[in-house]
Ligand binder design. Structure first.
Ligand code: BG6
Length: 484
């Protein structure tokens, strides 16, 4: 397979929070890979901006180390790594004061794309946006990139949108949800809208239900303080899982462009029925063999925050009326596995005498690991013995089907940053989408808070609390196995 890299115009990318964890783990190693792919043309530069007092050389040394640690096998390419590091600069900046801004302004050059990545706490977004204008660093063609969490409820998300809107137009604001940059997530749209096969079946006449699972084996790690105030609902469901749900459920956009796609996603969120409490299961991981439980990890032994959530949702529109969407996500689960499964209805009538098994077509879309798709179909078991039927997967693991290069896809962050440079907002969340997602999640969270809801404990390394299994058993269904 020939990998095709779309050229981009020369750019300057300023990373506020350039010495932070996300920059070191994801953004800078990702940019190095784009540099290797030839997507940092001409004099393009990356400018780290943070509070620490350091010079270009110290910043380059820090990035060098980060790429060695997180950059994968490409980081062995020392000659290219040096060339990349030479494109890096650093400005020590005071987000809340005037320090460093004149220097940053002095670094800007005319006729080059300017992008500003706000990899900082949302409380600083307003200060950064304002100073980019006061010091005339941003212009009408500049773009800003903001990270989640985008608010912690509807009110704070609205306030953030208003803060950004005071200085930037919506078409300059790129709200990242890195799940939208994952290869398979985009493939979902290609499969739905690039084939004649699936779309006629993609509705309540043929689909029994849909399952979306994002299971992680890691716990909350060193992010306890943040996580304990968020929980799985704010950290994963309100953004990543809802984005997946939107792409699965949306109507075909008339074109694959930013506003057409985002208009359709917004309609899905607005059509989500308010949740009923008995359709939600919250869980918190218990102590494992190492004696460490969620409460130890977050250092809060009275925490009622959920590290797991399972829910049954309904979309109130013609296409999906009556089709449950089961969502679940959790930390410290039995395997790292993210999958969307479209489970089709049973056959109305079987012509095969004696065959009592329930055969179902299932389209499963695996986000990670082993990105790919498979379609479970029913065939005759080979050999004598009459018409014995068996379900087998038509496997479309991308690496097998498209060659080894297919596994070498850009990381979600790399792809999304390049979309910022290209000015393509299709894979970014629009302000109204984020607000609609909060409008749906807020009453759920407020309900828990007002009832002092206590999450069910689950064993680390399991599939979550038993109540989550019951959520489907009650409907005569079962979760798919979580396989790494
Ligand atoms: C982040 C969440 O947005 O996504 C983390 O804050 C989570 O808690 C992570 O671990 C999962 O991302 P991925 O790409 O590893 O599935």
């Amino acid at each position: 397979m020939v990998s095709r890299v779309i050229p981009v115009d020369p750019f300057d990318l300023v990373i506020f929070g350039g010495t932070g964890d996300l920059a070191r783990r994801k953004i800078l190693p990702g940019l190095f890979r784009r540099f290797l792919a030839g997507q940092m043309p001409g004099e393009s530069r990356i400018i780290g901006a943070a509070r620490s007092d350091m010079d270009d050389a110290a910043f380059r040394a820090m990035v060098h180390e980060a790429i060695k640690e997180f950059g994968g096998r490409e980081s062995a390419d020392e000659a290219h790594l040096r060339a990349f590091l030479n494109r890096l600069h650093y400005v020590s900046i005071d987000a809340k004061g005037d320090g460093g801004w004149a220097q940053l302004s002095g670094l800007m050059v005319e006729d080059r794309i300017r992008a500003f990545y706000f990899s900082v706490a949302p409380s600083l977004f307003g200060d950064l946006a304002e100073r980019l204008h006061t010091f005339e660093i941003a212009n009408k063609a500049s773009r800003i990139v903001v990270e989640k969490p985008f608010g912690r409820d509807l009110e704070t998300a609205r306030a953030l949108n208003a803060t950004l809107a005071a200085h930037f137009d919506e078409n300059q604001i790129y709200r990242i949800d890195h799940y939208l940059g994952k290869e398979t997530v985009q493939n979902l749209m290609a499969v739905r809208f690039g084939n004649v096969l699936f779309e006629p079946l993609w509705n309540n006449h043929y689909v029994d239900h849909i399952q979306i699972t994002v299971a992680e084996t890691v716990g909350v790690g060193g992010r306890g303080a943040y996580y304990d105030k968020s929980g799985a609902m704010r950290d994963m469901v309100q953004n990543h899982l809802m984005q997946l749900l939107c792409l699965i459920a949306m109507e075909p956009p008339s074109q694959f462009n930013a506003d057409s796609v985002r208009d359709e996603k917004l309609k899905v969120i607005r059509a989500l029925q308010p949740m009923e409490n008995h359709h939600i299961v919250r869980g918190q991981y218990d102590r494992g063999k190492d004696g460490q439980g969620y409460r130890n990890d977050v250092e809060n032994d009275r925490s009622f925050t959920e590290s797991f959530i399972a829910m049954k949702c309904h979309i109130a529109n013609w296409r999906w009326a009556g089709v449950p969407f089961y969502l679940r996500t959790g930390k410290k689960m039995k395997a790292r596995s993210s999958e969307i499964a479209v489970v089709f209805r049973d056959l109305g009538h079987s012509i095969f005498e004696g065959d009592e098994a329930r055969h179902r077509n299932i389209l499963s879309i695996r986000l990670q690991p082993n990105e790919g798709m498979d379609l479970q179909v029913t065939i005759k078991e080979p050999g004598p013995g009459g018409m014995r039927l068996v379900d087998v997967p038509l496997d479309m693991t991308f690496a097998d089907a498209l060659g080894p290069d297919a596994a070498d896809v850009p990381d979600a962050y790399e792809r999304l940053i390049m979309d910022v440079i290209r000015g393509n907002q299709t894979l970014f969340m629009r302000g109204d989408e984020v607000e609609a997602a909060w409008a749906w999640t807020d009453p759920i969270i407020k309900g828990w808070e007002s009832r002092n809801d206590v999450p069910k404990l689950y064993e680390p390394g399991s599939a979550g609390p038993d109540d989550s299994l019951m959520l489907l058993h009650r409907d005569g269904r079962r979760w798919r196995d979580i396989k790494g």
